[in-house]
Design a binder for this molecule. Structure first.
Ligand SMILES: Cc1cc2nc3c(=O)[nH]c(=O)nc-3n(C[C@H](O)[C@H](O)[C@H](O)COP(=O)(O)OP(=O)(O)OC[C@H]3O[C@@H](n4cnc5c(N)ncnc54)[C@H](O)[C@@H]3O)c2cc1C
Ligand code: SF4
Length: 365
């Protein structure tokens, strides 16, 4: 599958990147997505999907985005080959050295540049010592080659995944386009109007457990938000990020440092695959009792999620099998997997239960 043509923009600083974003993302008003406006071939002669016009559609498609940001490219490039994205411009962040690096802060927390590779995070002594759950989660992403390229920012911003979406244009056209891209129906939940594609990044559940915040910059300025506010819970518009905005940094607070951490993940091929269910656990203990604990799950909902009620259930207690099982029930109830992947929803939910129990017991040891 060939890559669509695009123009490459290579800023050297975050402010230059924002200038490019302001200039080229604004062009979306001048041009609408070919698939929404025409049948047959688009303005560049490519095949465009057959869908009803926007006016007839009960599911208005998101506006065409003429610019896409690229960091490591390990997710964006395969998606472009599948014609899931056909931007006119690619904004390559890799020349912005200020967006790379792990910087412990004077207040004890740490700032991680969005371009820091997963390999650097996995290998960082500082992260391993103070935020071990992040180190463990980063080490399970894809394969060593992909972790050398893939960044933490790209992992946070990762597109949601579905059996019916992560396919070639020919395949999607043959089966019928769906709500997430070019169509009006959902193959996973027929009759519904929501996309349930699963968020399948490994580090976000760990980052949620660590109460991470992210910095977002764009023409409107800089904002800092809690990571849990970044995700919408929708499979199609899955993140609160404007097309003209960038994630520049991740912050981990001092208050989350030195928790024990464990990450467990289900995948088909242990050497490379995306998670089909993932569980992150952090725990702090004192005098044999739990002082605080959090559980985050991934790949079983359209957003990574913290499991509510875990801290209340565990704080002040000494962990035993029964308590670990009660926490794993909470996690299994939070997971709402559907048929978005090769393994059945029932199995993935059950594995959330199994991994949560194992991870909670491991974090306690
Ligand atoms: C075979 C294979 C296996 C994989 N397995 C896993 C896995 O097990 N676990 C997992 O989590 N991932 C997996 N991935 C996906 C990917 O490798 C990682 O998620 C990686 O962290 C993505 O980072 P990147 O820098 O390459 O992102 P890119 O591909 O560059 O970007 C991904 C998305 O994020 C956006 N983006 C990137 N950086 C920013 C930023 N700073 N601000 C705003 N938007 C941004 C891009 O526009 C794009 O939409 C796999 C990929 C492949 C090809
Ligand atoms: S869940 Fe899958 S089939 Fe349904 S709209 Fe989303 S991507 Fe398409």
């Amino acid at each position: 599958m060939s890559l669509p043509q695009f123009k490459l923009l290579r800023p050297r600083s975050a402010s230059e990147a924002v200038e490019f974003l302001a200039k080229y993302s604004a062009r979306q008003a001048e041009r609408s997505e070919p698939a929404q406006t025409s049948r047959g071939s688009d303005s560049r002669g490519r095949l465009s999907p057959h869908v009803p016009s926007l006016l007839q559609s009960p599911h208005p498609h998101p506006p065409y985005v003429p610019l896409r940001v690229i960091a490591g490219g390990t997710d964006l490039i395969p998606s472009m080959r599948q014609k899931l994205f056909e931007p006119e411009y690619i904004l390559d962040l890799r020349g912005i050295s200020a967006m790379r690096g792990i910087r412990p802060q004077p207040d004890g927390g740490v700032e991680i540049g969005a371009l820091t590779t997963l390999r650097d995070i996995e290998r960082s002594d500082f992260i391993r010592q103070h935020y071990p759950v992040l180190s463990e989660a980063a080490a399970t992403v894809a394969s060593p080659v992909l972790r050398n390229m893939g960044t933490i920012g790209g992992n946070i911003c990762l597109d949601t995944r579905c059996l019916w979406y992560n396919q070639s244009l020919t395949w999607r056209k043959g089966c019928g386009f769906c709500i997430k891209k070019d169509g009006d129906l959902c193959h996973v939940a027929p009759g519904g109007s929501k996309c349930w594609a699963a968020f399948s990044g490994d580090t976000p559940p760990a980052l949620l457990c660590l109460n991470a915040e992210i910095e977002i910059v764009g023409p409107a300025g800089v904002r800092r938000i809690a990571l849990h506010e970044f995700y919408t819970g929708l499979g199609d518009s899955y993140r609160r990020l404007q097309p003209n905005e960038l994630v520049t940094c991740v912050f981990l607070p001092e208050s989350s440092a030195n928790y024990r951490g464990v990450y467990r993940k289900l995948r088909v091929r242990g050497s490379i695959d995306y998670p089909l269910a993932g569980v992150a656990v952090v725990m702090k203990r004192s005098n044999g009792h739990i002082v605080d604990a959090r559980v985050g799950i991934t790949a079983v909902n359209p957003a990574p999620m913290l499991v509510m009620g875990v801290s209340e259930m565990l704080t002040g207690k000494a962990l035993d099998e029964g308590l670990a099982e009660a926490v794993s029930d909470l996690a299994a109830r939070t997971a709402k997997p559907l048929t978005t992947s090769a393994l059945t929803p029932e199995y993935r939910r059950e594995m959330i239960r199994v991994f949560t129990k194992r991870a909670v017991l491991a974090a306690n040891n």
